[in-house]
Design a binder for this molecule. Structure first.
Ligand code: GDP
Ligand code: MG
Length: 301
């Protein structure tokens, strides 16, 4: 008789904004779920993804990067989600970039990790950017701050050493049945992923004049009998002047955002998409609790 010795558990991915948490998760899952960009704070909500192989199942919890006190409600929400995730995890992946400088954000993070009482893997990401010799001083600097259970250098972008990282994660997971069936890659509804894709394209195409003050709501997403999926979505910004920039001259910018988004949504749902975008102004939406709720930044406990 063969015993069920499969492993199964939760791995939280934490670290400062922009260190590559979403990229790592996408690399491991092999599918674009968490959106990535070169701007910090791209990931606002907690995103759950599932990796399954013959060893077992890892449920990854991607988090908004731990951010400094900002004083607005969205910022507070993002902090809460990050800190709450640590308590849910069997193992924590603490991502850093290969730099020996340890700033306030990382010091605060290390403080939380020490209190979490969970095994912590220090993942030194972006190892494709520096020579091997330059990794050692980085590891030394961080080791002085905390006694990590494991240290694994990786390149989330290139996939280097990701197999090693998976094996290391499995070491810390308990034996047990899978939480999700093998086909599952995420619990994020398609609609939410669609909204995130549009937000990513908007952030990518707009210049710095419209910074983090946009949100995207998918108002309607329905597949017609002929197979075409209709998507109606609104881009919400804070100022009339931003609305003008998002629409662009003769609607050119909105058109660009639309076609870039449509292409990616079609790949996601593997079908044809008709996408209609609207732009709405909601002053101070980041401080409006009701609106945040509508936009789906729900509290999780
Ligand atoms: P997050 O805020 O921690 O989720 O970071 P993202 O995953 O959004 O990545 C931030 C930026 O770093 C993006 O421009 C990524 O392409 C880049 N990046 C992530 N991982 C790597 C890596 O391993 N190597 C390099 N060179 N760039 C990376
Ligand atoms: Mg992210």
């Amino acid at each position: 008789m063969e015993e069920n010795t499969k492993k199964s558990g939760f791995a939280a991915i934490v670290g400062r904004p922009n260190v590559g948490k979403s990229t790592l998760m996408n690399q491991i899952i092999g599918q674009k779920i968490a959106i990535t960009s070169s701007r910090p704070q791209t990931t606002r909500k907690r995103i759950l993804t599932v990796y399954t192989d013959e060893v077992g199942q890892i449920v990854f919890l991607d988090t908004p990067g731990l951010i400094q006190e900002t004083g607005n409600k969205l910022g507070d929400y993002m902090r809460k989600v990050s800190i709450g995730t640590l308590k849910d995890a069997d193992v924590i992946l603490y991502l850093i970039e290969p730099s020996t400088y340890i700033g306030e954000g990382d010091k605060e993070m290390i403080g939380l990790l020490q209190k979490a009482g969970r095994p912590v893997i220090l993942v030194v990401n972006k190892c494709d950017k520096v020579a091997y010799e330059r990794m050692l001083p980085v590891i030394d600097a961080f080791r002085k701050q905390m006694d990590f259970d494991e240290i694994v250098p990786v390149s989330a972008l290139k996939g280097t050493n990701c197999a090693d990282l998976l094996a290391t994660i499995f070491k810390y997971l308990p034996e047990g049945p899978e939480f999700y069936d093998e086909e599952t890659v995420t619990d994020e509804p398609i609609r939410d992923i669609t909204a995130e894709i549009i937000r990513e394209k908007a952030l990518m195409l707009l210049n710095e004049e419209v910074p983090h003050g946009i949100a995207v709501v998918v108002e309607k997403m329905e597949t017609r009998e002929d197979g075409l999926t209709e998507v109606y979505a609104s881009i919400i910004c804070e100022k009339d002047s931003h609305k003008g920039i998002i629409i662009g001259k003769g609607g050119a910018m909105l058109k660009k955002i639309g076609s870039a988004s449509r292409y990616e949504i079609e790949r996601l749902i593997e079908g044809r998409v008709y996408l209609k975008l609207f732009v709405k102004v909601r002053q101070n939406w980041r401080d409006n609790a009701r609106l945040l709720k509508e936009l789906n930044y729900r509290e999780e406990s």
